[in-house]
Design a protein around this ligand. Sequence first.
Ligand SMILES: NC(=O)c1ccc[n+]([C@@H]2O[C@H](COP(=O)([O-])OP(=O)(O)OC[C@H]3O[C@@H](n4cnc5c(N)ncnc54)[C@H](OP(=O)(O)O)[C@@H]3O)[C@@H](O)[C@H]2O)c1
Length: 326
Amino acid sequence: MKALVTGGTGFIGSHLTEALIRKGVQVRCLLRSTSDVKWLKGLPIEFVHGDCNDKASLEKAARDVDWVFHLAGVTKAIKEETYFEVNGLGTENLIHACLENNSRLKKFIYISSQAAAGPSQNGRSKRESDSCEPVSFYGRSKRVGEESVLIHAHELPVLIIRPSAVYGPRDKDIFAFFKCLSRRIKPCPIGRQQHVSLCYVQDIVQGIILAVETETKSGEIFFLSDGNDYRMGEIGDIAAQAMGITAFRIRVPKRMILGIACFSEYLSKLFRRPFLLNKDKAEEMINKDWICDITKAKTLLGFEPTVPLSEGARLAFEWYKKEKWL
Ligand SMILES: NC(=O)c1ccc[n+]([C@@H]2O[C@H](COP(=O)([O-])OP(=O)(O)OC[C@H]3O[C@@H](n4cnc5c(N)ncnc54)[C@H](OP(=O)(O)O)[C@@H]3O)[C@@H](O)[C@H]2O)c1
Protein backbone atom coordinates (compact mmCIF):
# COMPACT_ATOMS: atom_id res chain seq x y z
CA MET A 1 0.00 0.00 0.00
CA LYS A 2 1.08 3.54 -0.71
CA ALA A 3 -0.10 6.52 1.31
CA LEU A 4 0.07 10.28 1.20
CA VAL A 5 0.27 11.97 4.59
CA THR A 6 -0.26 15.72 4.77
CA GLY A 7 0.80 17.33 8.04
CA GLY A 8 3.37 14.54 8.45
CA THR A 9 5.88 16.93 9.98
CA GLY A 10 3.44 17.82 12.75
CA PHE A 11 2.63 16.23 16.10
CA ILE A 12 -0.02 13.63 15.16
CA GLY A 13 1.17 13.28 11.54
CA SER A 14 4.73 12.29 12.52
CA HIS A 15 3.42 9.54 14.85
CA LEU A 16 1.05 8.33 12.14
CA THR A 17 3.86 8.30 9.56
CA GLU A 18 6.05 6.17 11.83
CA ALA A 19 3.20 3.73 12.49
CA LEU A 20 2.40 3.36 8.78
CA ILE A 21 6.06 2.66 7.97
CA ARG A 22 6.15 0.03 10.75
CA LYS A 23 3.19 -1.63 9.00
CA GLY A 24 5.10 -1.76 5.71
CA VAL A 25 3.17 1.06 4.01
CA GLN A 26 5.12 3.20 1.52
CA VAL A 27 4.70 6.75 2.77
CA ARG A 28 4.80 10.01 0.87
CA CYS A 29 4.74 13.22 2.92
CA LEU A 30 3.76 16.66 1.73
CA LEU A 31 6.38 19.25 2.66
CA ARG A 32 6.37 23.02 2.48
CA SER A 33 9.57 24.95 1.82
CA THR A 34 9.48 26.02 5.48
CA SER A 35 8.69 22.56 6.95
CA ASP A 36 10.91 21.17 9.67
CA VAL A 37 11.46 17.42 9.17
CA LYS A 38 13.17 16.72 12.51
CA TRP A 39 10.65 14.03 13.58
CA LEU A 40 10.91 12.25 10.22
CA LYS A 41 14.69 12.14 9.83
CA GLY A 42 16.08 8.76 8.80
CA LEU A 43 12.69 7.29 7.86
CA PRO A 44 12.10 5.83 4.37
CA ILE A 45 9.76 8.57 3.16
CA GLU A 46 9.18 10.07 -0.26
CA PHE A 47 8.97 13.84 0.20
CA VAL A 48 6.89 15.87 -2.23
CA HIS A 49 6.81 19.63 -2.09
CA GLY A 50 3.46 21.34 -1.98
CA ASP A 51 1.15 23.57 -0.01
CA CYS A 52 -2.55 22.94 0.63
CA ASN A 53 -3.20 26.57 -0.27
CA ASP A 54 -1.78 26.05 -3.75
CA LYS A 55 -3.90 23.49 -5.60
CA ALA A 56 -1.49 23.04 -8.53
CA SER A 57 1.29 22.09 -6.11
CA LEU A 58 -0.78 19.12 -4.86
CA GLU A 59 -1.08 17.26 -8.18
CA LYS A 60 2.14 15.25 -7.82
CA ALA A 61 1.44 14.47 -4.18
CA ALA A 62 -2.03 13.09 -4.97
CA ARG A 63 -0.91 10.74 -7.77
CA ASP A 64 -0.56 6.94 -7.43
CA VAL A 65 -1.42 6.51 -3.78
CA ASP A 66 -4.00 4.13 -2.29
CA TRP A 67 -4.70 6.14 0.82
CA VAL A 68 -4.65 9.83 1.70
CA PHE A 69 -4.41 10.93 5.33
CA HIS A 70 -5.11 14.64 5.42
CA LEU A 71 -3.80 16.08 8.68
CA ALA A 72 -2.38 19.38 7.44
CA GLY A 73 -4.12 22.17 9.25
CA VAL A 74 -3.78 25.11 11.56
CA THR A 75 -4.92 24.84 15.17
CA LYS A 76 -3.88 28.41 16.06
CA ALA A 77 -3.55 31.44 13.82
CA ILE A 78 -2.99 35.18 13.98
CA LYS A 79 -5.81 36.00 11.57
CA GLU A 80 -9.26 34.39 11.43
CA GLU A 81 -9.01 33.98 7.63
CA THR A 82 -6.00 31.68 8.00
CA TYR A 83 -8.16 28.97 9.62
CA PHE A 84 -10.51 28.97 6.64
CA GLU A 85 -7.74 29.25 4.04
CA VAL A 86 -5.90 26.19 5.35
CA ASN A 87 -8.54 24.02 7.04
CA GLY A 88 -11.36 24.82 4.64
CA LEU A 89 -9.97 25.77 1.23
CA GLY A 90 -6.81 23.68 1.73
CA THR A 91 -8.96 20.57 2.22
CA GLU A 92 -11.05 21.36 -0.85
CA ASN A 93 -7.86 21.82 -2.90
CA LEU A 94 -6.56 18.42 -1.85
CA ILE A 95 -9.88 16.70 -2.58
CA HIS A 96 -9.88 18.21 -6.08
CA ALA A 97 -6.24 17.23 -6.64
CA CYS A 98 -7.21 13.63 -5.76
CA LEU A 99 -10.31 13.64 -7.97
CA GLU A 100 -8.36 14.97 -10.93
CA ASN A 101 -5.15 12.97 -10.56
CA ASN A 102 -5.89 9.70 -8.83
CA SER A 103 -8.55 7.25 -9.98
CA ARG A 104 -7.17 4.39 -7.85
CA LEU A 105 -7.64 6.10 -4.47
CA LYS A 106 -9.14 3.64 -1.97
CA LYS A 107 -9.72 6.01 0.92
CA PHE A 108 -9.39 9.69 1.78
CA ILE A 109 -9.23 10.26 5.52
CA TYR A 110 -9.76 13.78 6.82
CA ILE A 111 -8.56 14.46 10.34
CA SER A 112 -11.11 16.95 11.52
CA SER A 113 -11.68 17.81 15.19
CA GLN A 114 -14.19 17.61 17.99
CA ALA A 115 -14.22 21.42 17.61
CA ALA A 116 -16.07 21.02 14.28
CA ALA A 117 -19.01 19.43 16.11
CA GLY A 118 -18.95 21.90 18.97
CA PRO A 119 -19.29 21.36 22.71
CA SER A 120 -21.54 18.75 24.23
CA GLN A 121 -24.86 19.95 25.63
CA ASN A 122 -26.63 19.20 28.91
CA GLY A 123 -23.89 16.86 30.12
CA ARG A 124 -24.48 14.37 27.30
CA SER A 125 -21.51 13.15 25.23
CA LYS A 126 -21.60 14.42 21.66
CA ARG A 127 -22.43 11.77 19.05
CA GLU A 128 -21.72 11.77 15.31
CA SER A 129 -25.45 12.07 14.56
CA ASP A 130 -25.79 15.28 16.63
CA SER A 131 -25.94 18.62 14.86
CA CYS A 132 -22.72 20.59 14.51
CA GLU A 133 -22.51 23.80 16.52
CA PRO A 134 -18.87 24.95 16.46
CA VAL A 135 -18.11 27.91 18.74
CA SER A 136 -14.72 29.07 17.42
CA PHE A 137 -13.23 30.12 14.10
CA TYR A 138 -11.03 27.03 14.31
CA GLY A 139 -14.07 24.79 14.84
CA ARG A 140 -16.04 26.46 12.06
CA SER A 141 -13.11 26.11 9.64
CA LYS A 142 -12.75 22.39 10.45
CA ARG A 143 -16.48 22.01 9.79
CA VAL A 144 -16.00 23.74 6.42
CA GLY A 145 -13.23 21.20 5.75
CA GLU A 146 -15.64 18.37 6.65
CA GLU A 147 -18.30 19.77 4.30
CA SER A 148 -15.76 19.95 1.44
CA VAL A 149 -15.04 16.26 2.02
CA LEU A 150 -18.65 15.12 2.47
CA ILE A 151 -19.85 16.81 -0.70
CA HIS A 152 -17.65 14.40 -2.68
CA ALA A 153 -18.61 11.25 -0.75
CA HIS A 154 -20.48 9.92 -3.82
CA GLU A 155 -17.39 10.03 -6.06
CA LEU A 156 -14.54 9.42 -3.60
CA PRO A 157 -14.40 6.99 -0.65
CA VAL A 158 -14.05 9.47 2.21
CA LEU A 159 -14.03 9.19 5.98
CA ILE A 160 -13.80 11.80 8.72
CA ILE A 161 -12.12 11.41 12.10
CA ARG A 162 -12.91 13.85 14.89
CA PRO A 163 -10.26 13.51 17.60
CA SER A 164 -10.76 15.00 21.04
CA ALA A 165 -7.81 16.97 22.46
CA VAL A 166 -4.71 14.87 21.78
CA TYR A 167 -1.57 14.80 23.94
CA GLY A 168 1.72 12.94 24.02
CA PRO A 169 5.35 13.18 22.92
CA ARG A 170 6.07 16.05 20.47
CA ASP A 171 2.90 17.96 21.37
CA LYS A 172 3.59 21.63 22.03
CA ASP A 173 0.10 22.73 23.12
CA ILE A 174 -0.97 20.56 26.07
CA PHE A 175 2.76 20.63 26.88
CA ALA A 176 2.08 24.07 28.43
CA PHE A 177 -0.03 22.27 31.05
CA PHE A 178 2.80 19.79 31.79
CA LYS A 179 5.17 22.74 32.12
CA CYS A 180 2.92 24.35 34.76
CA LEU A 181 2.69 21.06 36.64
CA SER A 182 6.46 20.64 36.59
CA ARG A 183 6.59 24.10 38.24
CA ARG A 184 4.20 22.80 40.93
CA ILE A 185 1.23 24.75 39.58
CA LYS A 186 -2.01 22.96 38.81
CA PRO A 187 -3.98 25.43 36.66
CA CYS A 188 -7.67 24.78 36.85
CA PRO A 189 -9.46 26.90 34.27
CA ILE A 190 -12.98 28.05 35.08
CA GLY A 191 -15.09 25.49 36.89
CA ARG A 192 -13.80 22.21 38.26
CA GLN A 193 -17.00 20.63 37.03
CA GLN A 194 -16.28 21.15 33.34
CA HIS A 195 -15.93 17.83 31.49
CA VAL A 196 -13.55 16.99 28.64
CA SER A 197 -12.42 14.05 26.51
CA LEU A 198 -8.73 13.45 25.90
CA CYS A 199 -6.69 10.97 23.89
CA TYR A 200 -3.09 9.78 23.95
CA VAL A 201 -1.49 10.15 20.53
CA GLN A 202 -0.80 6.43 19.98
CA ASP A 203 -4.49 5.65 20.48
CA ILE A 204 -5.45 8.27 17.90
CA VAL A 205 -2.97 6.74 15.46
CA GLN A 206 -4.41 3.27 16.14
CA GLY A 207 -7.91 4.64 15.42
CA ILE A 208 -6.83 6.31 12.16
CA ILE A 209 -5.20 3.10 10.94
CA LEU A 210 -8.29 1.04 11.83
CA ALA A 211 -10.37 3.59 9.91
CA VAL A 212 -8.35 3.10 6.75
CA GLU A 213 -8.20 -0.69 7.02
CA THR A 214 -11.86 -1.30 7.88
CA GLU A 215 -14.51 -1.36 5.20
CA THR A 216 -16.77 1.63 5.80
CA LYS A 217 -19.44 3.53 3.92
CA SER A 218 -18.17 6.66 2.22
CA GLY A 219 -18.89 9.77 4.31
CA GLU A 220 -18.80 8.12 7.74
CA ILE A 221 -17.68 10.27 10.70
CA PHE A 222 -16.04 8.93 13.86
CA PHE A 223 -15.20 10.60 17.16
CA LEU A 224 -12.03 9.30 18.79
CA SER A 225 -10.93 9.72 22.42
CA ASP A 226 -9.68 7.45 25.19
CA GLY A 227 -13.31 6.87 26.13
CA ASN A 228 -13.11 8.56 29.53
CA ASP A 229 -14.95 11.61 30.75
CA TYR A 230 -12.50 13.78 32.72
CA ARG A 231 -13.53 16.58 35.04
CA MET A 232 -11.31 19.60 34.48
CA GLY A 233 -10.46 19.64 38.17
CA GLU A 234 -9.23 16.05 38.18
CA ILE A 235 -6.98 16.27 35.09
CA GLY A 236 -4.27 18.11 37.02
CA ASP A 237 -4.59 15.65 39.92
CA ILE A 238 -4.24 12.59 37.68
CA ALA A 239 -1.35 14.07 35.66
CA ALA A 240 0.52 15.35 38.74
CA GLN A 241 0.20 11.95 40.40
CA ALA A 242 1.46 10.21 37.24
CA MET A 243 4.42 12.59 37.20
CA GLY A 244 5.12 12.04 40.89
CA ILE A 245 4.70 15.76 41.60
CA THR A 246 2.88 17.68 44.31
CA ALA A 247 1.37 20.77 42.74
CA PHE A 248 -0.91 23.51 44.03
CA ARG A 249 -4.24 24.17 42.42
CA ILE A 250 -4.71 27.64 40.98
CA ARG A 251 -8.20 28.46 39.83
CA VAL A 252 -8.20 30.63 36.74
CA PRO A 253 -11.51 32.49 36.50
CA LYS A 254 -13.25 33.20 33.22
CA ARG A 255 -12.40 36.91 33.23
CA MET A 256 -8.72 36.19 33.79
CA ILE A 257 -8.67 33.72 30.88
CA LEU A 258 -10.24 36.35 28.61
CA GLY A 259 -7.75 38.97 29.80
CA ILE A 260 -4.77 36.70 29.19
CA ALA A 261 -6.23 35.69 25.80
CA CYS A 262 -6.56 39.35 24.72
CA PHE A 263 -3.02 40.15 25.82
CA SER A 264 -1.66 37.00 24.19
CA GLU A 265 -3.48 37.88 20.94
CA TYR A 266 -1.96 41.36 21.03
CA LEU A 267 1.54 39.88 21.48
CA SER A 268 0.86 37.33 18.76
CA LYS A 269 0.08 40.12 16.28
CA LEU A 270 3.08 42.12 17.46
CA PHE A 271 5.51 39.21 17.03
CA ARG A 272 3.65 37.81 13.98
CA ARG A 273 3.57 34.36 15.54
CA PRO A 274 0.42 32.42 16.55
CA PHE A 275 0.28 31.90 20.33
CA LEU A 276 -1.42 29.02 22.14
CA LEU A 277 -4.06 31.17 23.82
CA ASN A 278 -6.13 33.68 21.88
CA LYS A 279 -9.74 34.90 22.04
CA ASP A 280 -10.82 32.02 19.78
CA LYS A 281 -9.32 29.38 22.11
CA ALA A 282 -10.76 31.17 25.14
CA GLU A 283 -14.19 30.99 23.50
CA GLU A 284 -13.76 27.21 23.24
CA MET A 285 -12.59 26.86 26.83
CA ILE A 286 -15.10 28.91 28.75
CA ASN A 287 -18.08 27.20 30.31
CA LYS A 288 -18.16 24.33 27.84
CA ASP A 289 -18.12 20.56 28.14
CA TRP A 290 -16.15 18.75 25.46
CA ILE A 291 -17.04 15.09 25.78
CA CYS A 292 -17.59 12.80 22.85
CA ASP A 293 -19.07 9.33 22.56
CA ILE A 294 -16.79 6.78 20.86
CA THR A 295 -19.32 3.92 20.73
CA LYS A 296 -19.52 4.14 16.93
CA ALA A 297 -15.73 3.82 16.50
CA LYS A 298 -15.70 0.90 18.95
CA THR A 299 -18.57 -0.88 17.18
CA LEU A 300 -17.74 -0.27 13.52
CA LEU A 301 -13.93 0.03 13.61
CA GLY A 302 -13.11 -2.18 16.60
CA PHE A 303 -11.38 0.83 18.20
CA GLU A 304 -10.11 0.03 21.70
CA PRO A 305 -8.11 2.82 23.35
CA THR A 306 -5.38 1.44 25.60
CA VAL A 307 -3.79 4.47 27.28
CA PRO A 308 -5.74 6.26 30.04
CA LEU A 309 -4.54 9.69 31.24
CA SER A 310 -2.77 8.20 34.27
CA GLU A 311 -0.49 6.26 31.89
CA GLY A 312 -0.37 8.74 29.01
CA ALA A 313 0.65 11.63 31.28
CA ARG A 314 3.52 9.54 32.64
CA LEU A 315 4.68 8.60 29.12
CA ALA A 316 4.46 12.20 27.89
CA PHE A 317 6.24 13.54 30.99
CA GLU A 318 9.08 11.03 30.61
CA TRP A 319 9.47 12.01 26.96
CA TYR A 320 9.51 15.74 27.77
CA LYS A 321 12.19 15.12 30.37
CA LYS A 322 14.26 12.91 28.04
CA GLU A 323 14.13 15.56 25.31
CA LYS A 324 14.95 18.26 27.89
CA TRP A 325 11.73 20.17 27.18
CA LEU A 326 11.22 20.07 30.96
N1 LIG B 1 -3.46 18.17 18.38
C1 LIG B 1 -4.74 18.03 18.73
O1 LIG B 1 -5.10 18.01 19.92
C2 LIG B 1 -5.80 17.86 17.67
C3 LIG B 1 -7.10 17.52 18.07
C4 LIG B 1 -8.10 17.35 17.10
C5 LIG B 1 -7.77 17.51 15.77
N2 LIG B 1 -6.52 17.85 15.39
C6 LIG B 1 -6.24 18.00 13.96
O2 LIG B 1 -5.19 17.10 13.62
C7 LIG B 1 -4.37 17.66 12.61
C8 LIG B 1 -2.92 17.62 13.05
O3 LIG B 1 -2.79 18.35 14.26
P1 LIG B 1 -1.39 18.51 14.99
O4 LIG B 1 -1.68 18.82 16.41
O5 LIG B 1 -0.51 17.37 14.64
O6 LIG B 1 -0.87 19.86 14.30
P2 LIG B 1 0.60 20.42 14.10
O7 LIG B 1 1.61 19.72 14.94
O8 LIG B 1 0.48 21.90 14.23
O9 LIG B 1 0.92 20.08 12.57
C9 LIG B 1 0.27 20.74 11.54
C10 LIG B 1 0.78 20.18 10.24
O10 LIG B 1 0.06 20.81 9.17
C11 LIG B 1 1.00 21.26 8.21
N3 LIG B 1 0.46 22.42 7.48
C12 LIG B 1 -0.06 23.56 8.00
N4 LIG B 1 -0.44 24.37 7.02
C13 LIG B 1 -0.20 23.73 5.84
C14 LIG B 1 -0.37 24.05 4.48
N5 LIG B 1 -0.90 25.22 4.10
N6 LIG B 1 0.01 23.15 3.55
C15 LIG B 1 0.56 21.98 3.90
N7 LIG B 1 0.78 21.61 5.19
C16 LIG B 1 0.40 22.49 6.14
C17 LIG B 1 2.24 21.62 9.01
O11 LIG B 1 3.35 21.64 8.15
P3 LIG B 1 4.68 22.49 8.42
O12 LIG B 1 5.65 21.55 9.06
O13 LIG B 1 5.10 22.95 7.08
O14 LIG B 1 4.30 23.63 9.32
C18 LIG B 1 2.26 20.46 9.99
O15 LIG B 1 2.84 19.33 9.42
C19 LIG B 1 -4.89 19.08 12.36
O16 LIG B 1 -5.65 19.08 11.19
C20 LIG B 1 -5.75 19.38 13.57
O17 LIG B 1 -6.82 20.24 13.24
C21 LIG B 1 -5.51 18.02 16.32
